[in-house]
Design a protein around this ligand. Sequence first.
Ligand code: HEM
Ligand SMILES: *[C@@H]1O[C@H](CO)[C@@H](O)[C@H](O)[C@H]1NC(C)=O
Ligand SMILES: *[C@@H]1O[C@H](CO)[C@@H](O)[C@H](O)[C@H]1NC(C)=O
Ligand SMILES: *[C@@H]1O[C@H](CO)[C@@H](O)[C@H](O)[C@H]1NC(C)=O
Length: 502
Amino acid sequence: MLLLILIPLLSLLFFFFFLNSNSNSKVPKSYPLVGSFFAFLANRKRPLPWLSGIMQVSPSATFVLRRNYSTRQVFSGNPAVVQHILKTNFSNYGKGHVINRTLTDFLGHGIFNIDGDSWKFQRQVSSHEFNTKSLRKFIETVVDTELSDRLIPILSSAAKQGTFLDFQDILQRFAFDNICKIAFGFDPAYLLPSLPQAKFALAFEDGVRISSERFSAVHPVVWKFKKLLNIGSEKRLKNAISEVRELALNIIKEKKQRLGEKESLDSVDLLSRFLSSGHSDENFVTDIVISFILAGRDTTSAALTWFFWLLWKNPEIESEILNEINEKSEAPVFDEVKDMVYTHASLCESMRLYPPVPTDSKEAVNDDVLPGGTVVKKGMRVTYFPYAMGRLEMLWGSDWAEFKPERWLQKEEESWKFVGRDPYTYPVFQAGPRICLGKEMAFLQMKRVVAGVLRRFKVVPAFEEGVNHEPEFVSYLTSKMKGGFPVKIVERDHLRHDGTES
Ligand code: HEM
Ligand SMILES: *[C@@H]1O[C@H](CO)[C@@H](O)[C@H](O)[C@H]1NC(C)=O
Ligand SMILES: *[C@@H]1O[C@H](CO)[C@@H](O)[C@H](O)[C@H]1NC(C)=O
Ligand SMILES: *[C@@H]1O[C@H](CO)[C@@H](O)[C@H](O)[C@H]1NC(C)=O
């Protein structure tokens, strides 16, 4: 009986919403019982442009949405709010229950999924291991080997044969090989000319995708029910997770054995460091390794995908970068920020418009009031929103839509000087006590790839829809170019100075 009344009522609301929802960029109306649930539903496939449109017109870039009757969520792009939740009142904003119930199957107690003392401990241990000089040296060696033995030969042969590549896929394979070698000294050999379907990589990919799709389920009950029955996507997730964990566990066991026999460290990957400094619980170490692979896998590749696309749209910036590469990049690159300033600024600028982590949510432990007066109740989610922040006039001026590395630079006599923005205005790597641990490593890796690729090749988009096609920015925990990034590779030797093919 209740259903007979509810169904027509809900359909009516639904229709009403569809008629109203697509063109507007204001906070959607909240209805009795359902809140703005239907607005979420209607924009489920493209939440990022929808929510940033609302943010652009919200006073002080902060608004509250009712996901449904009982659940409200704050979205903010206001640097004062970002500073409040990430630093000033850090202890009141944790990962919380939503993240916990959604990601624990995949991430266990890894650093991405925990709060409190357990987080503090992992952060301490890994930042210590992460900063050691020999690890940085190791990272450089890994990146250079992957570059010269795998990436460059593949690009070179694509250029010779005139074949098309999905550059996003290539960069993801590159980053995956890299992070696996760094995290646990294992080479999945994912970036090979045959573009193999490596088992570990595919299982990891499935694990991330299906876990992140749980967030956009109409209601968490949907995936929980599928999980209970072990059907559909939840069955695939379960298989993917057990494959990832089994493989990681084998590598860990083997490494433990070798370390036990030798007593000395001949490789400097993170896992060896953890094991040889006395952390021997296999499950714990597996969790750590999985979180690090997730962190390093898709972030740098997403950043670089959009970077190369922006360079093609802005040839004058590409040639400025090329000048810098030809001048500077033969030098040892330990302190590259100082040396490759223009490239550094261009990468920052590219991630302003296309941040690898476009939104990130915290959950309030207790009631609080945000700067500006927004009231937060215990258990509410507060989301800071780098993707929308890069598009706010109040932060970047009326030319925010333009790709302008000069925003980050000052001319000093004849050379450029890098001028960073505070991390609350630009929280692309997060900020405060949980700021990204891999930031420097990411820049190191990205600059080497940019220098290595651009020195020899031009990357030319080859969308079927034509050169003016605007690729779509989507997010599965980290961002992606929807449908991939089809390109043609052209050797620079074959280019005349004006950039056309000879
Ligand atoms: C352009 C590349 C990258 C970007 C934009 C980026 C961004 C971020 C962001 C936004 C977070 C906060 C996530 C959260 O707590 O919800 C984070 C955390 C983290 N990142 Fe990165 N990241 C990048 C590359 C890397 C790389 C290459 C590594 C190396 C393995 C790494 C390691 C980590 C770790 C371990 C954390 C967790 C820190 C903690 O919770 O205390 N990141 N990163
Ligand atoms: C509202 O949405 C949240 C988050 O998706 C969910 O946990 C909660 O159970 C929902 N509440 C109701 C009454 O449907
Ligand atoms: C996640 O939930 C489980 C079970 O409720 C709990 O034991 C664990 O401490 C939670 N972790 C975090 C980080 O909240
Ligand atoms: C931080 O949050 C707590 C609630 O846990 C609140 O009582 C306190 O006033 C907040 N502190 C600041 C500096 O806003």
